[in-house]
Design a protein around this ligand. Sequence first.
Ligand code: 13P
Ligand code: SF4
Length: 357
Amino acid sequence: SDEELEARIFAAKETLGDRVVVLGHFYQRDEVVRYADFVGDSFQLANAARSKPQAEAIVFCGVHFMAETADILARPDQAVILPNLAAGCSMADMADIDSVAECWEQLEALYGTEPDADGRVPVIPVTYMNSSAALKGFCAEHGGIVCTSSNAATVLEWAFERGQRVLFFPDQHLGRNTAKAMGVPVELMPMWNPRKPLGGNEAQELEDARVILWHGFCSVHKRFTVGQIEKARAEFPGVQVLVHPECPMPVVDAADAAGSTDFIGKAIAAATEPTTFAIGTEINMVNRLAAQYPQHRIFCLDPVICPCSTMYRIHPAYLAWVLEGLVRGETINRIRVADDVAVPARVALERMLAARP
Ligand code: 13P
Ligand code: SF4
């Protein structure tokens, strides 16, 4: 029962004390978030993973790429545990190292490798945090960097200082929305098409490009529409529409503001007058904000309840299982990134952490 699980999790946490730290992403369900020592967005959780040197184990209630990142940033003797190994991210799976390497080869053939008069190389690869460790390593090896949704503009500025163009993967929407907000015209952001060999118009499009977008997307955020925003505005005049930058560009353009999960939470916390907020992000987080701020009316733009199905795979039963394993001295579901991938991936992550917040 829920009560039994609660008692088991609290008992295991008490026995383990400072030896374990439980991290939870904002999209985790309430039944999991209540056990987290720290709840945050992916950037904050990457930092949190590093800020607990006393913990022998970091139990990451989130998805696979987040646990990989924690393992890369944690001390080598700290074990990072993902309670359910099936908690992946469909967007992260949309870019694999072989396809990105093939794309890179073709871009090198098109642009060459020589820097321009200002010392800027032809292309800088930028990967969204929502990607495999191998892709983070690929970025470091080719002069690139990682970004999250909370620092994407800062990271793109970093990249444009060093490169004439950016290859951005896997999320086309975050890449397009961020570059557009920085003044890059949408026409200069072609999407890489792996099925079309280079030549003709594509080559010219790519020649002029400032940002080359990968074709990935988030299956949760692509559900939000301009129609939903129009409906919310008609029903609730004065509504504030806040969306995640993984939403399609027309949705971000029609919203009042776009930002990371942490940005959305802070925007609501800052409202001094009772306000209606229509939110374009994952439902568990929206419902939690609604319960946390009863003085506001807070609802999800999408009327069909749509959680991130992989975040949802972290159930308290898995949490109890891995914590009790630690009590017995067993490390269950450890996420380990091999050194040949972790070392370069760490370089790309360190570049991100060092870029201005
Ligand atoms: P944040 O970086 O805003 O936490 O987002 C992570 C994520 O997976 C959004 O879909
Ligand atoms: Fe991946 Fe989307 Fe889930 Fe975030 S919300 S973890 S991008 S599938």
